[in-house]
Design a protein around this ligand. Structure first.
Ligand SMILES: Cc1cc2nc3c(=O)[nH]c(=O)nc-3n(C[C@H](O)[C@H](O)[C@H](O)COP(=O)(O)OP(=O)(O)OC[C@H]3O[C@@H](n4cnc5c(N)ncnc54)[C@H](O)[C@@H]3O)c2cc1C
Ligand code: FES
Length: 250
């Protein structure tokens, strides 16, 4: 799909903590934030040369929802923004998830903050009559967020925690195998080791949303290029961040 990057000023309408260091920010602004689930926005922040890429968690044509984890200077600055503050966003970046895939039963696998882009995806898949199973992985029960938000848009939501304080103890792949989930197609977003494990453990076809350190965020600097299975390299910001399983060189 061809994305058309736009630049817009969005106004923060809500910015609240969901879990330790994890925030949900809602914004409104002119123009389109994203066309399909899996796209991202690139946020300009005071005093920082590089914008910060954040996935679109949800967009209904008016309200843009972002989920972000505070890990450094930029996300710390975001966490301090109250309603009424404005942010300059580059919007509609990246390719997004393809919803036009075979099969009836879709499995969505998220790890930590990688849960974010799967929410709008679940909403769209469910609206198209697909059966949707969601498996979310966290370190511990206190870090869980958004499981309740997924319930209206999915048939089941399973949780895995590394310390076993909620759901299945272990990795998302442990929850998938122990629950004996059968599905036709998967979508995944999370830390690279989780994506590698999911890709290797699941025999079904799927799409994975990757992260890379970004310079420009719209295809010019080549800073986010990754080697692909066919020997070529692709830009996470432009040809990605979503790739088909078979494209990736693990
Ligand atoms: C396509 C894409 C979608 C993303 N979606 C989300 C999301 O929905 N929620 C969320 O919390 N985070 C998301 N990230 C990661 C997020 O961009 C970084 O956590 C954030 O840029 C860190 O900025 P900082 O200033 O707080 O941290 P710092 O560590 O101070 O950042 C220093 C530099 O490294 C870059 N950087 C740091 N961590 C990452 C990372 N993991 N990936 C890419 N660049 C990084 C920053 O952009 C900045 O240029 C996404 C990354 C990409 C590439
Ligand atoms: S970040 Fe510049 S090409 Fe991807």
């Amino acid at each position: 799909m061809v994305a058309t990057m736009e630049k817009h000023i969005f106004t923060v309408t809500k910015n609240a903590a969901l879990a330790p260091n994890v925030y949900e920010m809602q914004l409104e602004g002119p123009g389109c934030a994203a066309r399909v689930p899996g796209q991202f926005v690139n946020i300009a922040l005071d005093g920082l040369y590089l914008r910060r890429p954040i996935s679109v968690c949800n967009y209904d044509g008016r309200t843009l929802t972002l989920l972000y984890k505070v890990v450094g200077q930029g996300t710390r600055q975001m966490a301090a923004l109250g309603p009424g503050r404005t942010l300059e966003l580059l919007t509609q970046l990246g390719n997004g998830f393809s919803l036009d895939v075979p099969g009836r039963h879709m499995l969505l696998v998220g790890g930590g903050i990688g849960t974010a882009p799967l929410y709008w995806l679940a909403r769209e898949l469910k609206a198209r009559g697909r059966e949707v199973s969601v498996v979310l992985g966290f370190n511990t029960a206190a870090e869980i967020f958004y499981t309740e938000a997924f319930r209206p848009h999915s048939d089941r939501v399973l949780v895995a925690t590394m310390d076993g304080t909620a759901g299945t103890r272990g990795f998302v792949t442990d929850a998938i195998s122990r629950q004996g989930l059968s599905f036709d197609y998967f979508y995944a977003c999370g830390p690279t080791p989780m994506l590698r494990a999911v890709s290797q453990a699941l025999s079904q076809p799927g799409q994975l949303s990757l992260e890379a350190r970004m310079g420009c965020g719209f295809g010019i600097c080549m800073g986010c290029s990754l080697p692909m299975a066919d020997g070529t390299s692709k830009r996470v910001c432009k040809e990605g961040p979503v790739f088909r399983k078979e494209e990736l060189a693990w």
